[in-house]
Ligand binder design. Structure first.
Ligand code: HPA
Length: 274
């Protein structure tokens, strides 16, 4: 199965992107409702995902499915609006295809943003959380199966999945731009149903501060390729059972859109300091 999204397929996509858009220093993946951040790029060259060879198509409302390469804070940056998720039923090598293409395009920094539910009581909706570490609760890894050494080693180290240096850069940029940041551990669950209150109590007990359905596979693939990662969660809602009301994707999108401006300012500040 991974053959469909294996090394040669990744290379083919990376050279198509390089041919049309050129190289980039950093890549930013935009989570649900954060698509507006792409507008901060100047003189972007755009490619719909459908125009990139072998690229899996995302299918969720709020994800538009487009790669834009342009200038942000004086650097070449690739912005990915939309991603595929494991809950869509695609294999994990498809989920991490974009991260691998970005790495082969030459990016040395991979910024992963997402929408997440806040579990820690301090994480109110609208907060941006720097991901300090993660819990992979997918029950699977994108690296399962024969290892292709051209991507990386069989047993990649994950003791600093989220670069200490980039986390400090995010703090500096936030301070300079007047954006308030929190820090915490992100748990990745398969979804697509939101969690039950009992699952949220369990996640809290095992050390999760926020919960979502993305990012972790891409981060594993990026680290496998030796790319430094910054993870930013937009806390869009309080996790299930913390408030006497149901969760909805509309609430997630609405909160994320409200945070878009602060997220853009933060990302500009981060890129400026790379
Ligand atoms: N749970 C899982 N994924 C999410 C949530 C949540 O509460 N909010 C946004 N993505």
């Amino acid at each position: 199965m991974s053959g469909d999204y294996g090394f040669d397929r990744v290379e083919e996509a990376a050279s198509a992107v390089a041919g049309r858009c050129g190289r980039a220093d950093a890549a930013i993946v935009l989570g649900s409702g954060l698509g507006g951040v792409a507008q901060a790029l100047s003189e972007p060259v755009e490619m719909p995902y459908a125009a990139i060879p072998n690229w899996p198509a995302p299918g969720v409302a709020g994800h538009s499915g487009r790669l834009s390469v342009g200038t942000l804070s004086g650097r070449r940056v690739a912005v990915l609006s939309g991603r595929v998720h494991a809950y869509e039923g695609v294999p994990l090598p498809a989920v991490v295809f974009a991260a691998r293409v970005m790495a082969r395009l030459g990016v040395s920094t991979f910024v992963c943003t997402n929408a997440a539910g806040g579990i820690a009581p301090t994480l109110a909706p609208g907060t941006i959380m720097v991901i300090d570490d993660h819990l992979n609760l997918l029950g699977a890894s994108p690296l399962t199966g024969p290892n292709d050494e051209r991507f990386g080693p069989r047993f990649p180290d994950m003791s600093e999945a989220y670069s200490r240096r980039l986390r400090a850069v995010a703090d500096e940029a936030a301070l300079a731009r007047g954006v308030k940041l929190a820090h915490g551990v992100y748990a990745c669950v398969p979804g697509p149903s939101y969690e039950t209150p009992a699952e949220i109590r369990y996640l809290r007990a095992i050390g999760a501060d926020a919960v979502g359905m993305s990012t972790v596979p891409e981060v594993i693939a990026a680290r496998h390729l030796g790319v430094d990662v910054l993870g930013l969660s937009c806390i869009t809602n309080m996790a299930a059972g913390l408030l006497p009301q149901p969760l909805s994707h509309d609430e997630v999108l609405e909160t994320a859109r409200g945070v878009g401006r602060a997220m853009s300012a933060l990302l500009e500040g981060v890129v400026e300091r790379l």
